[in-house]
Write a protein that binds this ligand. Structure first.
Ligand code: ASP
Length: 344
């Protein structure tokens, strides 16, 4: 890290900056000035930290694509003047936002590190300080004058993950996130270890582009034993629905009931994009491994491979918003664009 490294800290809300309302006991967001007062350690960092905050910080359960555009725009406007970005965000939907931003920020050559905490910054036992300080240090890492991390990451409880590979797995433990299909990019202990072999390697110096057109006419449908035809028909018949993430069992398996295949086939014929994603936290869809996935494969349903549901739904929004043709959609979805899925 050198003393001139210049980081922008974007505060969107979340537990990290919340206070307890003493009357009701409910946690609510408070303004960013108070957050910075709680972290005098920021002054000791060997880099310059600018801060910007959402006018009204939010609990991340209220996040939506407009907020993602707001974050992307802040990064776009400050891209030239800063070496890295840290986004403070509630943990509940952090994996969705990190995934969405990874697609929206094309040819990213600087770190965008998402972090938050399970306990508010003012709490005696807070995990906020370590998460925030190390995130800033990671965003400020440079090698030969270039940022070490050139992608969207998520730092929580001593580990930096690729953002679009993460899932929130625990509402209570400090270790709230997992990335079961991709190893951590860095680990913080006595030393901050970066695993270069797992980082996104930029093969080009193409211009940084921010995509802001997202199409949210999408839905996630999780299979469960007993899911009935009426529900599926209603979901598939939703007006303007353009794409569906079908959370299947195990290696991409679904019931073989003829009515289910008929309904899916009819929806596909009407132009709906359907992505097969496993509801397991780790592992991959393997089309045709079992008879129960072979029929989905024959229908030409998109293979979500080892993508997370969070990444799949945001990738759909991004691709639909980018106007990828119907013919190419399956091929483009099945291609890893930002390291969000295995290549083959
Ligand atoms: N409900 C909070 C949020 O996601 C939880 C957190 O910050 O960890 O905004």
């Amino acid at each position: 890290m050198n003393s001139k490294t210049h980081i922008l800290l974007i505060y969107t809300g979340g537990t990290i900056g919340m206070v307890k309302d003493y009357e009701s006991g409910v946690l609510r967001a408070f303004d960013f000035d108070k957050l910075s007062k709680h972290i005098p350690e920021l002054e000791q960092l060997d880099c310059r930290v600018d801060t910007v905050s959402f006018e009204s910080p939010i609990d991340s359960s209220n996040m939506n694509p407009d907020h993602w555009v707001k974050i992307a725009t802040l990064i776009e406007e400050n891209y030239e003047g800063h070496d890295g970005f840290v986004v403070l965000h509630g943990s509940d939907t952090m994996s969705y936002t990190a995934s969405a931003l990874s697609f929206m920020l094309e040819n990213l050559a600087k770190p965008v590190i998402f972090t938050g905490s399970q306990l508010p910054i003012g709490d005696l036992r807070t995990d906020a300080k370590e998460n925030l300080i190390t995130s800033i240090q990671i965003a400020a890492l440079q090698k030969k004058g270039k940022p070490v991390i050139q992608e969207v990451g998520l730092y929580f409880e001593y580990k930096l993950y690729r953002g679009n590979r993460t899932t929130k797995i625990n509402a209570e433990h400090f270790q709230a996130f997992a990335s079961l299909n991709h190893p951590p990019l860095a680990e913080s202990g006595v030393h901050l270890k970066v695993f270069d072999e797992y980082l996104m390697q930029r093969k080009n110096t193409k211009r940084f582009v921010v995509h802001k057109d997202l199409d949210a006419n999408v839905v996630i449908l999780k299979l469960f034993p007993g899911l009935n035809r009426e529900v599926i028909r209603r979901v598939l018949g939703t007006p303007n629905l353009k794409a569906l993430v079908l959370e299947t069992y195990g290696a991409g398996n679904a019931p073989t009931d003829p009515w289910l295949l008929e309904d899916l086939e009819e929806a596909l014929a009407k132009g709906l994009h359907i992505v097969n994603v496993t509801q397991c936290s780790g592992g991959s869809v393997i089309p045709g491994r079992y008879k129960t996935s072979e029929q989905l494969r024959q229908l030409q349903i998109i293979n979500g491979k080892d993508i997370t549901t969070e990444s799949a739904i945001t990738k759909l929004m991004y691709l639909l918003g980018s106007g990828v043709s119907h013919k190419l959609f399956k091929t483009v979805f099945e291609t890893s664009l930002r390291g969000e899925m295995q290549q083959k």
